[in-house]
Write a protein that binds this ligand. Structure first.
Ligand code: DAT
Ligand code: MG
Length: 149
């Protein structure tokens, strides 16, 4: 089973959307294997968004992501990385399809509510940045035979 990393960004927490966002992934059938609330340090933000270090928006991005508490989680399931990205919607909320998270709740790219890993390599790297190995729970979900054939 594949795993991905999802972050409810400070605007998602401030706007009271944590439960709504977690619920969408649960209802889809994905399994939570880790979940925590934290305040991201500048150092962690720079590591997490390292690929954007040279971009003009990098400083604003780091300020935004460190501006308040966030909720980090790891989700597990078949094809979870791509499906979660599809559920988030386009990076630019103006281009995000209605029904996606960003297409439902966001307007500006600098307030786009959620993050999700974009590849297996990013997922492994981001899970390792935010969670210790013993924070990832291995558990059997009895519902699985009604979600996977
Ligand atoms: P995503 O979050 O969809 O993976 P990304 O990795 O390209 O998108 O960028 C990370 C974040 O940086 C994104 O969620 C919002 C911000 N960002 C991206 N492109 C931007 C731009 N052109 N102007 C301002 N902020 C931008
Ligand atoms: Mg990205």
């Amino acid at each position: 089973m594949e795993r991905t990393f999802v972050l409810v960004k400070p605007d998602g927490v401030q706007r009271g959307l944590v439960g709504e966002i977690v619920a969408r992934f649960e209802r889809r059938g994905f399994k939570l294997v880790a979940l925590k609330m934290l305040r991201i340090s500048r150092d962690l933000a720079e590591q997490h968004y390292g690929e954007h270090r040279e971009k003009p928006f990098f400083e604003d991005l780091v300020k935004y992501i460190t501006s308040g508490p966030v909720v980090a989680m790891v989700l597990e399931g078949r094809n979870v990385i791509t499906t979660v990205r599809d559920m988030l919607g386009a990076t630019q909320p103006a281009k995000a399809l209605p029904g996606t998270i960003r297409g439902t709740y966001a307007i500006d790219v600098g307030r786009n509510i959620v993050h999700g890993s974009d590849s297996p390599a990013s997922a492994a790297r981001e899970i390792g940045l935010f969670f210790a190995a013993d924070e990832l729970l291995v558990w059997k979900r009895d519902l699985d035979s009604w979600i996977y054939e």
